[in-house]
Write a protein that binds this ligand. Structure first.
Ligand code: 13P
Ligand code: SF4
Length: 306
């Protein structure tokens, strides 16, 4: 039987021996962060995926993230750390629905949050992530934007880019919408000196009351640089723990104990160990035509996001 430390040492030895790059989304647990080559938000992961030198990439996150890696690096072997880890938001809208919307709104540019399936990306114009959405929407020439699938993120983006005409559909993250105005009032009353930092996937009434809104990386950077000593964190609760490790002299409180993404939590350190041995996870395969068409949407994001 291994201790956590021994398992981590073995993973680090094996990933070097087998030429595996481990990418981890910020919502992964801290024991996985410690063995990863790169940890970050969805935009950072996409950029790393395009640059990784290793022959195999292990994505510790959810399925659309592993698919993005495969699309950006089709010659690499890409493994999703736990085959059951999907993002429910990514499944909310399909090709048929958005094709119909495109017929109804032919003069709109379709902006897809990266939390979408590869198939859906094939018919969209550009991808965005929470950290890149505002600047990308600003950089799009067209005034008319159809933003899918997250209406909460889309509403926040629209507020930052008033010169655009942004149409939204009714989708969103089932984890972040669990946080309510009541949670904000209770947390503010309990921690009156704390700043409230939230993810833009939150409901508008939560977002509007925050001191800062941003991606997982944005929230972490803000808290690290801030002179404040206490923070209420309105995103997946793993960020509370990661920040407490990063800033032991500050205090971090979850906005709600219910903000847990069970899909992100599926991957364990043992899964990572199996994957670096070559016996676990799921190798991502996509149709060449899907990869080619979805890549345009992701490449446009990387170009407009710079
Ligand atoms: P970011 O890490 O890009 O902020 O995304 C959050 C999220 O919900 C990913 O699924
Ligand atoms: Fe999907 Fe929300 Fe989980 Fe992110 S936090 S993977 S958007 S369900």
């Amino acid at each position: 039987m291994f201790t956590t430390r021994e398992l981590q040492d073995e993973i680090i030895r094996l990933k070097k021996e087998k030429d595996v790059c481990i990418l981890a989304h910020a919502y992964q647990s801290h024991d996985i962060w410690e063995v990863a080559d790169y940890v970050g938000d969805s935009y950072g992961l996409s950029k790393q995926a395009a640059q990784a030198q290793q022959k195999t990439v292990l994505m510790c996150g959810v399925r659309f993230m592993a698919e993005t890696v495969k699309i950006l690096s089709p010659d690499k072997k890409v493994i999703l750390s736990n085959a059951n880890a999907g993002c429910p938001m990514a499944e909310q809208m399909d090709v048929e629905l958005i094709s119909n919307m495109k017929k109804m709104y032919p003069d709109y540019t379709v902006v897809a949050y990266i939390n979408t399936t590869s198939e859906l990306k094939t018919i969209c114009d550009v991808c965005v992530t929470s950290s890149s959405a505002v600047s990308i929407v600003k950089n799009i020439e067209n005034k008319n934007i159809l933003f899918i699938p997250d209406c909460n993120l889309g509403r926040w983006v629209a507020g930052q880019v008033p010169e655009k005409n942004v149409k939204l559909l009714q989708g969103g993250c089932p984890t972040h919408v669990r946080m309510s105005l009541k949670d904000v009032e209770a947390a503010r009353a309990e921690h009156p000196d704390a700043l409230l930092l939230v993810h833009p996937e939150c409901l508008p009434e939560v977002s509007e009351r925050a001191d800062y809104r941003g991606s997982t990386t944005g929230i972490m950077e803000y808290a690290k640089k801030s002179d404040a000593k206490e923070f209420i964190i309105g995103t997946e609760n793993s960020i509370v723990q990661h920040l407490q490790f990063a800033c032991p002299d500050k205090r971090f409180y979850p906005l709600s104990k219910d903000c847990v993404c069970h899909n992100m939590k599926l991957t364990t350190l043992s899964d990572v160990y199996q994957c670096v041995q070559g016996i676990g996870g799921e190798e991502i395969t996509l149709e060449p035509e899907v990869m080619e068409k979805a890549k345009r949407c992701i490449d446009t994001m990387l170009t407009l996001g710079e």
